[in-house]
Design a protein around this ligand. Sequence first.
Ligand SMILES: [Zn+2]
Length: 355
Amino acid sequence: MLNRNVLTILLISSFIVLLAACSQNTDVSVDNNPPNTITDNESAKEQDDEEPEEDSVVEEEELVLPSQELQKGDQGEEILLLQKALIKLGYEISPSNVYDSETVWAITDFQIQTEKLFITGIYDEPTRTALEELLEKEKTITPGEGLPLIEEENLDEDTVVIANPYEVLSLVNKQHALPKDYVPSDLVYPEVRFPFVEELPKRQMRKIAAEALEKMFADADLESLDLFAQSGYRSYERQDVLFASYVSNHGEEEANTFSARPGESEHQSGLTMDVTSPHVNYALVVEFGETEEGIWLEEHAAEYGFIIRYPKGKEAITGYQYEPWHLRYVGVKAAKEIMERGITLEEYLEELLEI
Ligand SMILES: [Zn+2]
């Protein structure tokens, strides 16, 4: 592993090489490998001496990062630009024009290591600004320090343990489990109504989802609705206890239709909140879907980045009965498409990954 000083020198020298190459009308933007020998560094300096200043303007244009929001599955030239910037920072990813899982990993890792950014795996405006700052100031980052780059791992015949639990488009279901030791580092207590006063852990959500939930509740209040949050984050251990008690009362097969084995509950992701209303006595029941609150959520949750994760008629795909109360944060773009098309997260991701 290179130390920070060496990386800083490499970044400076790679910038010099870019400047020099520009004067020769060479497109060096395809060069993904920063110079990594002293010889490169020295020859770059020699060329730099002959460098006319105005050409640096052209080079700055080359470094411009994409301005639009990008996420898993997106394709095009702008993805390549983003990937080149990430490679310059030291991420060993393959430039591919596709916002693939490696790119999601690099963005997630960068966000975890950068204070004040939401951790989402989505390339957004604040992430762009932070990346630009780092490139301009020639600061360095240690790839993988926030989120190690690992492969999905088989848990058993039917289930894998997902490699990136932090991305908001992660799939967590009966075939895709969260790591046993995964506790999101960015859990907070959203300021919304609960039908109880205790500061229980289940009030928590990850920051990005908590802020979206607060906004949604505030807007629902303006419509004179009576939304209440009931249950958010749930640890692996808590799910273990819950599931065991369901199994002893209902048997494993039945328990599996309304609850999840530990690791397979979306509540462990911190991106989920069960919501309810006084019209159904604060219960988590199918009738909630018929209440004013349930109907409003069906229509508006996506505007805040939430989906009704287990819709009616999709039991065979999600593995769960209809749950109009179970909201999952996936980001506004995905949520709008999923809710407008009446599809599930499974179907949405399957289409993305087929590309
Ligand atoms: Zn739930």
